[in-house]
Design a protein around this ligand. Sequence first.
Ligand code: HEC
Length: 143
Amino acid sequence: MLKTHIMIKSLLALIFLFPFLAYSNPVLDRQESMRDFNKLMRTANNLIKDDVINDDLAGIYEEIENIMRVYPTLFPDDSFGGKSKASTDIIDNRELFNQIAKETEDNAALAKLSSLEGDIESVQQFHQNLFGSCKSCHSRFRD
Ligand code: HEC
C-alpha cells in the first residue's frame, strides 16, 4: 500500500516535471524568441503601413519589450556551440550584449508609448531603431 503510494507520487512528479525539463532548453528558447521577434516586427510593419496606430500596435511592442527583457538570461556559459549560432563573444562581453538588449527593450517601450499616444512620427522612429538593433547585435554576437 505504501509502496503503491510512493510509486504514484513519483509518477505524478515525473508527469509534472516533464514539460519543465522539455522546455528549459535555453538555445531553443532564445531561437524561438528571435523568430517571434521577427514575426512581431513584420506585423507591426504592416499595421504602420496601413496607418493603424492603436492599442494593438502597442501590444505588439509590449511583447517585444518582454522578449528583450528576458533574452539576455537565455545565454548561460554552457549553452554555446552545437545548433546555436550565438557567438562566444557574448561570454566575454556580457556588458555590451546586455546593453544592446536593454536599448532594444527601451526602444520597444518607447514605441509602445508612442502608439498609445497616436504619435506616428515617433512610432516610425522607434520602429526604425528596433530594426537597427538586429544588425547591431547580429554583427557583433552572431556567428
Ligand atoms: C541583443 C542581441 C540581438 C538582437 C537585438 C537581435 N538578435 Fe536576432 N539573434 C541574436 C543571437 C545571439 C542569435 C543566435 C541565437 C542562437 O542560435 O543561439 C539570433 C538569431 C536570430 C534568428 C534565428 C533564429 C533561429 O530560428 O535560430 C532570427 C530570425 C533573428 N535573430 C532575427 C532578429 C531580428 C529580426 C531582430 C531585430 C528586429 C533581431 N534578431 C535582434 C541576437 C540578437
